[in-house]
Design a protein around this ligand. Sequence first.
Ligand code: FMN
Length: 220
Amino acid sequence: MDIKEAIKERHSVRQYKDEPIPEELVSKLEGLIAECNEESGLHMQLILDDPECFKTFLSHYGAFTNVKNYIAIVGPKIYPNLEELGGYYGQKVVLVAQMMGLNTCWVGGTFRRGKCKAKLEVHDKLVCVIAIGYGETGGKKHKSKPLEKHCKIPVEDMPLWFRNGVTAARMAPTAVNQQKFTIELDGEEAVITAGRGIMTKIDLGIVKYNFEAASGHKCR
Ligand SMILES: Cc1cc2nc3c(=O)[nH]c(=O)nc-3n(C[C@H](O)[C@H](O)[C@H](O)COP(=O)(O)O)c2cc1C
């Protein structure tokens, strides 16, 4: 599976099998997380075998079952772009996990923050978590807003790389599936902007990562 397939195949999964992540994959994920932390200044952490964080948590989304592993998105509070950075690097890990045959779900609200086992330095903030493991199913495709809600450029006028990026951006997970982002072209550069809503800055980082991974072009 390549990264474009991973973007397409990834859906939120909330029900997991009682199956641990093999050690070999754990060490690859830990290596990747360490690299991302080094590059970004974040303190993301993979927490294994900790069911407390998701235990008996019911929400209007439906219950999470058997979540025992998660990635805590943590970073310094003083970073003005902490949420976006967390979204960007978290999605990088999510897509690698997908390519490894694992499933995930971004979770900003329906988990027990107080039970999260991530280690926080004095100036750190826990942005959100990502459930990870072997899903009971692979999840299903979300309903996407019409393309015009995101981008004013007609499809036929889009350069191919830009079109690929927009397609991948529309497949990105967003909080409550709000999809509040717009994409423009400024000369040769794509510019992605977050709309108003809850956690739209985390969404922005996720959407930018999807766009860049599929288009091969950095965006702003
Ligand atoms: C920043 C963020 C926060 C989220 N928080 C939650 C949450 O608290 N509970 C939950 O069940 N799903 C949560 N989700 C998952 C979204 O509901 C899901 O991504 C969206 O409905 C799109 O579906 P998809 O991920 O299958 O494409 C969150 C997603 C994102 C990106």
